[in-house]
Design a protein around this ligand. Structure first.
Ligand SMILES: Cc1cc2nc3c(=O)[nH]c(=O)nc-3n(C[C@H](O)[C@H](O)[C@H](O)COP(=O)(O)OP(=O)(O)OC[C@H]3O[C@@H](n4cnc5c(N)ncnc54)[C@H](O)[C@@H]3O)c2cc1C
Length: 416
C-alpha cells in the first residue's frame, strides 16, 4: 500500500525505533525526513544487549519485584538503584508503576506484551533479510541460568507466563547445559533454553543499515535537535535548536527517553522515565559463547556480539542528565565472571544508555490524542530492539489509515 505522496512525514529520533519507522514510511512511497540531534543510532539503540528477547514481556510491576526492590536498593551491587536526589521526581511514575501491578491489570499488560513478542521474531527476520543482515541474526537461543533449585523456583512465574502464552522452552540439567555451553561454571546447576530469543551481531549496525536503506529509497536525514512545534488546527512544522524550521504534514515522535520533553511542548504530558542501563563490551574475552545468557537471580545478561562479548543490564533511575556511575557496569562483570570463570577482561569499554520506560512496561504506538498529524512510538523499555520491526510495521499501517494487524488501543498515548 502506498501512502499519500504529496505529504511530508517527519520522524524525530534516529534510534532503532525511529529509523525502522522512517524506513517503513519511505518504503510505502512517502516523502520522509528523519531528524536526530546526533548521528543515527547513538542513543539507547547503540549499546543494548543485542537480544531479540521475545520471552521477556512480563510486566515489571508485580509482587515479586515489589518485595525484592527495597533489598536490592540497599545493596550497592543490587540490580536496581534509585538516585536519592532524583527520587522525588519519580513519585508520580512509581505511583503509576504500583497501580499497573494490580492483579486485574497484570494479566492484561502481560497479554499486550505477548501479542508483540509473538510477532517480533518473524518481523525482525523479515527486516534483517531486507537489510541484507540475515547472517547477523543468531540461530541459537538464550540460556537462562540457575545456581540452585531455589533460583529456578524463583523464576517459575516467568515460565508459567510462557506456558500461558504458548512460548516454547526446554529445561536443561547441569550436564546438558555444560554440553551446550562448556564455558559455563559448574556452580550453575540448571538452565532453561529459550530457542526463540536470538541475538543480533551488533545493534548499531542494524540502525546504520536501516538509515542507509532509508536514504537509498529517497529518504532524507537531517541533523538537528527539535525544540518546538508550530501548529494551527494540526501540526504544521517543527523548529530546531539552530532556529531553522522544517514543514511537516505528519510528525512521528520517536525520540526515545527524550520523547516526553517533546510531547510536553505539544501540551501532551506522558509519564516517560529513563531506566538507565550499562554495558561492558569485551573484545578479547578469551572464550567463545554460542548462546546469549541471562541469570535471572542476578538480573543481568551476556551476549555474544560482533567483536566479543557484551555484559550488561541493571536499572538505574537517575534521570537524563546525571553522569554515568560506572560502578553499575562493573557489578554485572563481577556476576558474569561467576558464570564464566575463564572470561578475560581484555580490550574492554563501558557504555550507559537511557531506556525509555513507561510505568506499565508497554510501549506507546499511537496517534496523539491532542494534536492532529502527530504520532508517538516510544517507551519500548527493555525491548526496543525486539519490538522495532513490529513497531515500524504497525505504525506504517496506523499512519496510512489502514487497519493495523493488531488492535493498537492498548498502546494509546492517553491510557495513563
Ligand atoms: C543496557 C541496555 C541493554 C538493553 N538490551 C536490550 C536488548 O537486549 N534487547 C532489546 O530489545 N532492547 C534492549 N534494550 C532497550 C533498547 O535499547 C531500547 O528500548 C531502544 O534502543 C530504544 O530505542 P529508541 O529508538 O526508542 O531510542 P534511542 O535509541 O534512544 O533513540 C532516540 C533518538 O532520539 C534522538 N533525540 C532525542 N531527543 C531529540 C530531539 N529533541 N531532537 C532530535 N532528536 C532527538 C536521540 O539523539 C536518539 O538518537 C537495552 C537498553 C539498555 C540501556
Amino acid at each position: 500500500m502506498r501512502q499519500d505522496q504529496s505529504k511530508h512525514y517527519l520522524v524525530v529520533g534516529a534510534g532503532i525505533v525511529g529509523s525502522a519507522i522512517a524506513y517503513e514510511l519511505q518504503k510505502r512511497g512517502s516523502q520522509v525526513t528523519l531528524t536526530d540531534a546526533n548521528e543515527p543510532g547513538q542513543g539507547a539503540s547503540y549499546g543494548n544487549l543485542a537480544s531479540i528477547a521475545v520471552t521477556e514481556f512480563m510486566p515489571v510491576s508485580r509482587p515479586s519485584i515489589w518485595r525484592q526492590t527495597p533489598g536490592w536498593m540497599l545493596r550497592p551491587d543490587g540490580p536496581i538503584q534509585v538516585s536519592l536526589g532524583y527520587a522525588p521526581r519519580l513519585i508520580p511514575w512509581f505511583a503509576r508503576f504500583f497501580w499497573a501491578g494490580r492483579p486485574s491489570k497484570r494479566r492484561q499488560l502481560e497479554a499486550q506484551g505477548a501479542i508483540l513478542c509473538r510477532r517480533a521474531l518473524a518481523d525482525t527476520e523479515r527486516l534483517m533479510a531486507e537489510l541484507g543482515l540475515s547472517a547477523d541474526l543468531s540461530r541459537t537461543g538464550c540460556l537462562s541460568l540457575y545456581a540452585s533449585e531455589a533460583e529456578f523456583a524463583g523464576d517459575r512465574e516467568r515460565l508459567d507466563m510462557l506456558d500461558r502464552h504458548g512460548f516454547g522452552y526446554e529445561v536443561l540439567d547441569g550436564n546438558a547445559l555444560h554440553d551446550l555451553e562448556p564455558e559455563i561454571a559448574p556452580v550453575i546447576q540448571k538452565a532453561v533454553l529459550l530457542p526463540d530469543n536470538r541475538t543480533v551481531r551488533d545493534p548499531h549496525t542494524v540502525v546504520t543499515r536501516l538509515t542507509e536503506a532509508f536514504v537509498g529509497q529517497g529518504g532524507q536525514i537531517y541533523r538537528g535537535k527539535v525544540t518546538s512545534f508550530e501548529r494551527a488546527d494540526r501540526i504544521t512544522s517543527m523548529t530546531l535548536a539552530t532556529g531553522s524550521s522544517i514543514k511537516a504534514d505528519m510528525v512521528v515522535l520517536a525520540a526515545g527517553a527524550h520523547t516526553g520533553q517533546l510531547s510536553k511542548q505539544l501540551g501532551e504530558s506522558i509519564p516517560l522515565e529513563t531506566e538507565r542501563g550499562y554495558h561492558t563490551q569485551i573484545n578479547a574475552p578469551g572464550i567463545h559463547l554460542e548462546h546469549s545468557i541471562i541469570w535471572p537471580a542476578r538480573a543481568f545478561m551476556i551476549s555474544p556480539t560482533a567483536g566479543g562479548i557484551r555484559i550488561g543490564g541493571t536499572v538505574e533511575m537517575a534521570g537524563l542528565d546525571a553522569p554515568p556511575d560506572w560502578r553499575r557496569s562493573k557489578i554485572t562483570v563481577k556476576w558474569a565472571r561467576m558464570a564464566l570463570p575463564n572470561l578475560q577482561l581484555k580490550e574492554t569499554s563501558e557504555w550507559m544508555g537511557h531506556r525509555p520506560a513507561f510505568p506499565d512496561t508497554v510501549p506507546v504506538m499511537s496517534a496523539s490524542a491532542k494534536v492532529p498529524g502527530v504520532f508517538y512510538a516510544t517507551g519500548h523499555g527493555h525491548l526496543g530492539l525486539t519490538y522495532a520491526a513490529t513497531t515500524a510495521k504497525l505504525m506504517g499501517q496506523l499512519i496510512a489509515g489502514e487497519k493495523p494487524d493488531i488492535d493498537l488501543y492498548p498502546y494509546r498515548v492517553d491510557r495513563f
